[in-house]
Structure formats: structure tokens, C-alpha cells
Design a protein around this ligand. Structure first.
Ligand code: SF4
Length: 88
């Protein structure tokens, strides 16, 4: 998963059509929780500034219906804490 910093996004909409997993939406009314999630992790996770290979689980996750139901913020927080600890 990656996040987009909502403070840097200019709402051009290009990513919404380019995302192969249909995971990006600019429907603000139903996505406020995701904006908060993006804002939080955009400050913590490293910036991606070059194209990389898809992650091992990308194809499987792209096919998931109702992705929101599979999202576990606790797992992201634990993984982030472990990653930060590894960097020290
Ligand atoms: S491509 Fe997406 S994230 Fe980037 S500025 Fe446009 S709408 Fe925002």
C-alpha cells in the first residue's frame, strides 16, 4: 500500500484513472477516513520517487472486493513501528 499526501495533492484526478487496483477515489464524502490515513502515513513512510516492481501481494490485493473491509490500521501501525525501530 502507498499513500498520497493530501496536502500535496492538487486534485488533478490522474491517479484515479491510472491506478490498476481502482484503489483511488476523489469522492470526499465517503472517503474522509482515507484522507486521514493518507495524511498520517505520508508523514511517516518514505517517499517513493522512482518506479518499483509491484509488491508480492499486489495482484492478489488488486482483486479484492470491498478493500476497506480488509484494511487493518493496527497492522499498519505495528509494521511502521517495527520499520522505524529497524532504522535506528
Ligand atoms: S495524480 Fe492524484 S495524487 Fe497526484 S496530484 Fe493528481 S489527484 Fe493528486
Amino acid at each position: 500500500m502507498l499513500v498520497i499526501d493530501p496536502n500535496l495533492c492538487i486534485d488533478c484526478g490522474l491517479c484515479e484513472t491510472a491506478c490498476p487496483a481502482n484503489a483511488i477515489s476523489h469522492d470526499l464524502n465517503s472517503k474522509l477516513k482515507w484522507i486521514e490515513h493518507n495524511a498520517k502515513y505520508a508523514q511517516i513512510w518514505p517517499a517513493i520517487n522512482q518506479m518499483i516492481e509491484p509488491l508480492p501481494n499486489a495482484e492478489k490485493n488488486a482483486k479484492l472486493e470491498n478493500k476497506e473491509e480488509h484494511f487493518d490500521a493496527t497492522a499498519f501501525d505495528e509494521a511502521t513501528e517495527n520499520s522505524v525501530a529497524d532504522e535506528k
